[in-house]
Design a protein around this ligand. Structure first.
Ligand code: ADP
Ligand code: ADP
Length: 228
């Protein structure tokens, strides 16, 4: 069964733009799915709807195996990584990564362990006391990934996370993300317009086209290296 399903999801914005048309997609547990397509084909819109940022104009997004709270809202644990660095410049790396935990009711010691665990995952445990301005673009992206992982989400949503980075940093981050994913049990949905990235990283590529945004093809990737 799917972790999350999009069933005939469409999105028309108030401006009249039909950003997404009848998108149907199952995302299974443990998959690394790429949404690949040109700018404007609705990749970000689809990702945001899965994250609960906005509601579909038609269709539904279902979480079949996720427990619901008393109000009937799915208790989905999602990590979101945006392309733009969204770190708070006045706070240390530690504080930035800690923030999503502040409402979780963890003890101070437990929260600290979680933050250091997340920073270690991205190789930045030695930079807990640094400020974002002291870090390179690639390091800032690693901090953003640590912040998304600190709540231990089952689903990690990444919206063109490496698009603004230089080629070398990007290749390094691709490798590190792949290694992280292979060592964990997350499901990842990764938005990109890079064919290279989608083939290199994912187990399945969902190819999209624009006007209106829609899925035109799904490709399973048979990777030449062991996965998981
Ligand atoms: P992609 O991520 O593939 O580049 P988007 O999902 O960002 O595509 O956008 C899909 C289409 O919807 C584009 O035409 C974009 O301009 C439009 N769009 C995105 N967000 C909004 C919004 N909040 N209001 C109106 N139009 C939007
Ligand atoms: P992406 O690189 O993810 O495709 P864009 O540069 O298209 O993002 O858009 C950046 C942000 O602006 C997104 O949050 C999107 O929802 C919003 N946006 C994009 N197009 C429009 C639009 N025509 N009207 C209002 N908001 C938009």
């Amino acid at each position: 069964r799917a972790l999350v399903s999009l069933n005939g999801v469409s999105k028309r914005f108030a401006s009249g733009t039909l950003a997404l048309s009848a998108m149907t997609l199952d995302i299974r547990e443990g998959e690394f799915v790429s949404l690949l397509g040109p700018s404007g084909c609705g990749k970000s819109t689809a990702l945001r709807l899965v994250a609960g940022l906005g509601t579909p104009s038609a269709g539904t997004i279902d979480w079949p195996r996720t427990p619901h709270d008393a109000a009937g809202t799915p208790e989905r644990e999602i990590g979101f990584v945006f392309q733009e660095p969204t770190l708070m410049p006045w706070a240390t790396v530690f504080k930035n990564v800690w923030l999503p935990l502040r409402l979780k009711g963890l003890s101070q010691a437990a929260a600290r362990d979680r933050v250091m665990e997340a920073l270690a995952m991205v190789g930045l445990d030695r930079f807990a006391g640094a400020y974002p301005r002291e870090l390179s673009g690639g390091m800032k992206m690693r901090v953003s990934i640590a912040r998304a992982l600190v709540t231990r989400p089952r689903l990690l949503l990444m919206d063109e996370p490496f698009a603004a980075l230089d080629e070398i940093t990007r290749i390094k981050l691709n490798d590190d993300l792949l290694r992280l994913w292979q060592g964990q049990k997350w499901t990842i949905v990764f938005v990109t317009h890079s064919v290279f990235e989608s083939v290199y990283l994912s187990t399945r590529i969902v190819v999209m086209a624009a006007r209106p945004g829609r899925v035109i093809e799904e490709v399973a990737v048979d990777a030449p290296y062991p996965r998981g």
